[in-house]
Design a protein around this ligand. Structure first.
Ligand SMILES: Nc1ncnc2c1ncn2[C@@H]1O[C@H](COP(=O)(O)OP(=O)(O)OP(=O)(O)O)[C@@H](O)[C@H]1O
Length: 253
């Protein structure tokens, strides 16, 4: 689904991504781990269209999407969540979901004047879809609550819900577990597994929570100093001396 080919990226004189190459298989939930400063967020932001790369390429479902902007990638079915949830705090949880679909009929002035019926129809369809999604992610009981009043974990669930409002092919999850309590974390994990199984969504998960990685991800890619150190199943990764050394230093390994 995604091919990262020989990507390089520097911030000023600091080379952060070095000849980085990996594939994310269609239908997989691929994890990405690595020590602090390994370049995980940087490569994530490059794939998501947030940072331009210096050289190399990104292929999405066979198409070269190198340096496309996030909104262009959104139209191609690639969505991301943010480490800090980006909710519209003065709108309800339900309205937050209804905001997502692109190319809404109501956004065009022409339609506002000449096709009010089309707008009403689309809004009704949006609302129905948003109600389905909010029920699916278990936030039905807070659907009319202002999103700003939701707990940190509920906001993360809402972020995930936003990715379900479109026909996402790939969802990039940026430390979705950070700040989420154990109960909601289980809901999040279950929802990701269901989206993968029922809707066929491919995931790339950047995460420090190893329990979550172990429950969700196969394969797991370990990034160190801006390139792939190893890739494999979590059990093999956790026992790999190179990985232990990268995390804890050579004394431990
Ligand atoms: N916008 C930026 N400008 C300058 N340097 C940056 C920028 N973003 C990241 N860096 C540097 O790039 C390196 C890799 O950072 P990155 O955030 O990608 O690592 P990470 O693996 O996600 O780390 P962590 O696990 O701590 O979040 C770090 O040395 C960081 O200081």
């Amino acid at each position: 689904m995604i091919e990262v080919r020989n990507v390089e990226k520097a911030f000023g004189r600091l080379k952060v991504i070095n000849d980085c190459c990996f594939n994310i298989e269609k239908g997989s939930i691929t994890g990405m781990i690595g020590p602090n400063g390994a370049g995980k967020s940087t490569i994530f932001n490059i794939i998501a269209g947030t940072f331009p790369l210096d050289s190399g390429s990104i292929i999405l479902d066979g198409e070269d999407v190198t340096n496309l902007a996030a909104n262009q990638l959104f139209d191609k079915g690639l969505l991301r969540t943010f480490q800090i949830a980006h909710e519209f705090s003065h709108m309800t949880a339900l309205e937050n979901l209804m905001m997502v679909p692109s190319h809404q009929a109501g956004e065009s002035l022409f339609n506002t004047w000449f096709k009010p019926g089309a707008i009403r129809e689309q809004e009704a369809a949006n609302r129905t879809k948003a109600l389905e999604v909010i029920n699916y992610i278990g936030l039905d009981h807070v659907k009319n609550e202002l999103a700003g009043n939701l707990s940190g974990g509920q906001k993360k669930l809402l972020e995930l819900g936003r990715t379900m409002m479109t026909d996402a092919k790939v969802v990039l999850l940026d430390e979705v577990a950070a700040g989420v309590n154990r109960t909601l974390l289980k809901d999040l994990t279950d929802n990701i597994l269901r989206m993968n199984r029922d809707l066929g969504v491919t995931f790339l998960v950047i995460e420090h929570d190893m329990d979550m990685i172990a429950k969700l991800c196969d394969p797991v890619i370990v990034l160190a100093q801006g390139s792939v150190m190893v890739e494999g199943q979590i059990e093999d990764i956790q026992n790999n001396p190179k990985v232990i050394e990268a995390y804890f230093g050579s004394d431990v390994a």
